[in-house]
Ligand binder design. Sequence first.
Ligand code: GLN
Length: 189
Amino acid sequence: APVIGVLALQGAFAEHESMLASLGVKSVEIRQLRDLDQNLDGLILPGGESTVQGKLLQDLHMLAPMRRLIENGLPTFGTCAGLLLLAKRVEDGDTHLGIMDITAKRNAYGRQLGSFFALQSLSGVGEIPMTFIRAPYIEEVGKGVRALARVDGHVVAAQEGNMLVTSFHPELNDDPSMHRYFIDMVTHG
Ligand code: GLN
């Protein structure tokens, strides 16, 4: 059975853990460098504040080792701030892991009207609830990246090989579809 590491430095990691538990999937919290060293089958980078998460990853010397694991094929699911951590290019923000070939626009919906809900269809999954909280969207996807969903013409979910990202928070709704999608990537490649 797969074991999923959930980055637990800041943000909505507990909600990801409960979602995984509800699917009968084991998770472990990633809080320090040595936590990465346990043969993870997958990794979740939660929403929160990308600047804080990026700085903590840097201070804890986790940035380069995590980048290496993902580059070597570790299935990784980044939501919201996690998307920003993975993006190669970030508008209005810094790059952190910088490995997914997307341009992400940080706080893309503004700070006032930053939070909203949408029901939208996602490629291969169907219609799912999407909760956005001061979310980024994906302005541009590279050649190897598949856009999976759009809201108001903007890409809000995408996959590039072993990397899956959503600008919304699938762990904050009852619908486990996105987590199932990710577990499928973990178990079937
Ligand atoms: N605005 C946050 C950031 O820049 C992301 C918000 C979220 O993860 N819900 O990191």
